[in-house]
Design a protein. Structure first.
Length: 168
């Protein structure tokens, strides 16, 4: 019986160590060091908006799209026909989170989904833990951000990514 008890104890210890190691590997990363750049201009914002709208319309998704410049001011805001009003503010929140923290909002969603230490993310002021916010990068600088809301989070993220790729 003692050998069996030692074996069970060793197994439990191995599982605990593996869980602790996995937890440590999923700890939040340091903030990105990509600097802020000059605010995105209207023509560049129009390209971002056009790419995002094209992705949404191709898939028949009713969404709101917000584009902020690097100072946090709205450059463009579109709500596609037949989209609820609620996603307008959510799209702005996602864009602001992506801009302020210089990272996609998916990072925050993933941290919250992990539970444990990741739940502290909910205490970060203005950090929207919903997919659909992405910083706009041009010349290796953050020039603004796009936020998309109104469909599923995966669909919002797909539309935001299409827009963000047009900023490069």
């Amino acid at each position: 019986m003692k050998t069996q008890s030692k074996s069970v104890l060793a197994s439990i210890l191995a599982i605990a160590i593996a869980a602790a190691t996995a937890s440590a590997q999923q700890a939040p990363t340091a903030p990105p060091t990509t600097p802020y750049g000059a605010p995105i201009g209207l023509e560049a914002a129009k390209r971002v908006m056009a790419a995002a709208e094209a992705e949404a319309m191709k898939n028949d998704w009713g969404i709101a799209i917000a584009i902020l410049d690097s100072t946090g001011h709205i450059v463009m805001l579109h709500r596609l026909d037949n989209t609820q009003y609620g996603p307008i503010g959510v799209a702005e929140d996602k864009a602001r989170s992506a801009l302020d923290y210089r990272r996609p909002t998916k990072v925050f969603e993933d941290l919250v989904a992990q539970g444990g230490i990741g739940m502290r993310t909910l205490a970060l002021r203005g950090a929207s833990p919903l997919v659909g916010g992405i910083p706009l990068i041009a010349d290796n600088k953050v020039v603004g951000a796009i936020g998309v809301s109104g469909a599923t989070t995966v669909q919002d993220g797909q539309v935001a990514k299409a827009g963000a790729e047009a900023a490069k």
